[in-house]
Design a protein around this ligand. Structure first.
Ligand code: ATP
Length: 289
């Protein structure tokens, strides 16, 4: 039996870092929502008792470094599963982009293996397991729209944003998340107003959401990679209602309500950037099943 699981990307509507903890992790507050740009994960039982990763993307490791491998291994070890699995992944989410592609693959693997191996674990249990793999995995297990706190493992579901279009554009620069966090000066940085973002979501206030987009990491990444700011400016010029960098970057997203405008922005950006997508928000999590 072959089983399919969709692994959607996320964007950060707001991302704040509160402080660096004694254990070395950063205490964060992130408002995240899923978008309909997804990897496809196929899980098939293997005769051999092993985990095999098959991916044709040259940027994605085919071994135990793959986050989907780590997810399968953790589930297998925790519940003493004596079965093998092949994890075939078709990557559509750009790699190392700030869109949590790897985390979503890990989350989809947890959800899928829960079904394949009849474990009947709750999403909360899978999210808790996922938190040991990476800080975005817990959110990706649930999908939808949520506030993630702690290292990202405490998830509180939020009212999804009103339907709108999202234009994603990834400049061709490599961003190291570690470097961005190391260079972040919490006193200098511009912090988003998370309560106001939550208020705007609760009120289904699109303008309020646009007005309160904010990412504390943006200043650091744009200083290192001016291309990020250039793309943001182009998105605004072409008609986005609001623009922001996602995660530690370098992907930039723009929100718009009309599909025609989203395509106008897409066409305008294609002259400057190879990786551009027009997608819908999946903020209510309905397409996860
Ligand atoms: P985040 O937004 O959570 O910080 P990201 O979008 O910046 O994540 P990923 O696409 O998840 O970054 O990839 C980061 C690194 O993880 C890559 O350089 C890659 O080598 C490694 N990796 C491991 N497993 C995967 C996977 N399944 N898909 C993509 N990258 C993976």
């Amino acid at each position: 039996m072959r089983l399919l699981e969709k692994a959607p990307a996320k964007i950060n509507l707001a991302l704040d870092v509160l402080y660096k903890r004694p254990d070395g992790y950063h205490e964060v507050e992130m408002v995240m929502t899923t978008v309909d740009l997804s990897d496809r994960i196929e899980l098939s039982p293997l005769k051999e008792n092993e985990i095999r990763i098959v991916s044709e993307n040259r940027f994605v490791p085919n071994d135990e470094r793959n986050l989907a491998y780590k997810a399968a291994k953790l589930l297998k070890d925790t519940y003493r599963i004596n079965e093998g699995v092949e994890i075939y992944m078709e990557k559509y989410i750009p790699v190392a982009a700030g869109l949590a592609g790897g985390s979503s693959d890990a989350a989809a693997t947890l959800r899928g293996l829960n079904r394949l191996w009849d474990l009947e674990l709750s999403l909360d249990t899978l999210a808790e397991l996922g938190s040991h793999i990476g800080s975005d995995v817990s959110f990706c297990v649930h999908g939808g729209t949520a506030l993630a706190t702690g290292r990202g493992e405490n998830i509180q579901q939020l009212t999804p944003p009103p339907a709108c279009w999202v234009v994603l554009a990834k400049p061709t620069v490599g961003v190291s998340t570690q470097t961005i966090y190391q260079q972040l000066d919490l006193n200098e940085a511009e912090h988003p107003n998370i309560p106001k973002m939550i208020e705007a979501l609760d009120a289904e206030d699109y303008e309020g959401i646009c007005a309160n987009l904010g990412n504390v990491l943006e200043g650091v990444t744009t200083k290192l990679h001016p291309e990020v700011n250039q793309l943001k400016n182009h998105m605004k010029e072409f008609g986005a209602d609001a623009v922001l960098m996602s995660g530690s970057g370098p992907t930039v997203f723009g929100l718009v309500q009309q599909e025609s405008r989203a395509h106008r922005i897409y066409n305008g950006l294609r002259g400057f950037c190879e990786d551009v997508y027009v997608v819908r928000l999946l903020g209510d999590g309905t397409l996860l099943d």
